[in-house]
Design a protein around this ligand. Structure first.
Ligand code: TXA
Ligand code: MG
Length: 327
């Protein structure tokens, strides 16, 4: 296993490693991905194994051009409109799988559809382009645990199960891409992300259906599974800190007290993380997974999380926290 800094040489090496069937952790603007050649069934099998991922949970296939995406799936008019606005970027679309795609069933978990994303991150784009193949990449963490937003997180979660880690710094956005089902003319959100329902509706001038917690609409297999779980309990909407708890704060904390006495601001440094002191939701999204990891220490009884407004990116942040708390 090698951890390498980003250089033109290491980017080339990463592309070659993917072509050779290796597993390469790559930075994207959302989270780090565990990348492999999506056409190579053995490599895809190793990704499932490294993550401990159930075979029913399909992978996202990453491309570096719209034309490449269109060779893997069928895009209707609305889908084309959607990607015209938001690709490259933190958007994954689910479309019917193209008959000529050659993607192994394992990659799409036997579904007639495929999830496709064209990431914005330059390192990711260059690696995918250099590899010249569709690149399957789930988040580079153990299935069910907290997604990685830095190369260190990848190493801590997967260790030597990865052949190469491209150390491209911390991720710009920090939450996984928004997943939209585009198998019909009506877009259905299957996973919330930094790209919100409102922004999509405004750009496309069509109604977008929220299918995230709707069992009746098309479901995304992965959303039904255990997710984002730290090893200690999470307590949401906390208005104070219980004895032995760590605090995941948002905004000012001068009114937060410790139940047994004292102010939260006086907690030891390792017992408190603030997602954003200025209550900036984008900053909070960027910090969420790394702060959760920092506080995920068995010496604490649990993590008390302050209320985060469910507006804009806050919807996606609260979705991840709710899943973490339920796990
Ligand atoms: O931001 C991201 O999307 C990151 C980076 C690396 O691109 N990737 C990522 O992949 O989050 P993963 O595997 O952790 O999440 C993929 C999600 C899962 O919930 C999966 O069930 C869903 O996409 N998915 C994949 N293919 C699908 C399909 N054909 N139909 C419905 N949902 C699908
Ligand atoms: Mg994941």
């Amino acid at each position: 296993m090698s951890i390498v800094a980003v250089t033109p040489q290491s980017i080339k090496k990463a592309s070659e490693a993917i072509q050779q069937g290796k597993l390469v952790a790559i930075p994207t603007e959302t989270v780090y991905g565990l990348a492999c050649n999506a056409l190579d069934e053995n490599a895809v099998a190793r990704v499932f194994e490294a993550k401990g991922r159930p075979a029913i949970n399909p992978l996202i296939v990453h491309v570096s051009s719209v034309a490449h995406a269109q060779s893997l799936g069928y895009f209707n008019e609305t889908a084309n409109e959607l990607i015209k606005h938001f690709w490259p970027g933190p958007l994954t679309v689910i479309v019917p799988k193209h008959e000529g795609s050659k993607l192994p069933d394992m990659c799409t978990a036997g579904l007639p559809t495929v999830a496709i994303r064209f990431p914005e991150n330059e390192v990711a784009r260059k690696i995918i382009q250099g590899a010249g193949v569709p690149v399957a990449a789930p988040s580079a963490n153990k299935s069910g645990s907290i997604s990685p937003t830095s190369p260190r997180h990848v190493y801590d979660s997967l260790g030597s199960a990865v052949d190469m880690i491209l150390a491209g710094g911390s991720c710009k956005q920090g939450l996984e891409s928004t997943v939209i089902d585009m198998t019909s003319d009506t877009p259905v959100i299957l996973r919330y992300g930094v790209l919100t329902k409102q922004v999509i509706e405004e750009a496309l001038e069509v109604e977008v259906v929220d299918g995230v917690n709707q069992q009746s609409t098309v479901t995304s297999p992965g959303q039904l599974l255990k997710h984002y779980a730290p090893t200690i309990p999470i307590r949401l909407n906390a208005v104070d800190v219980e004895e032995g708890e760590a605090l995941l704060a948002f905004g000012g904390i001068k009114f937060m007290g410790i139940k047994s006495g004292g102010a939260a601001a006086e907690l030891p440094e390792d017992q408190i993380r603030n997602l954003s002191e200025t209550a900036d939701l984008n900053e909070a999204a960027r910090n969420l997974f790394s702060h959760m990891r920092d506080l995920d220490n068995p010496k604490f009884k649990g993590i008390a999380v302050m209320n985060i407004p469910s507006e804009g990116v806050g919807v996606a942040i609260n979705d991840r926290l709710a899943r973490a708390a339920a796990a």
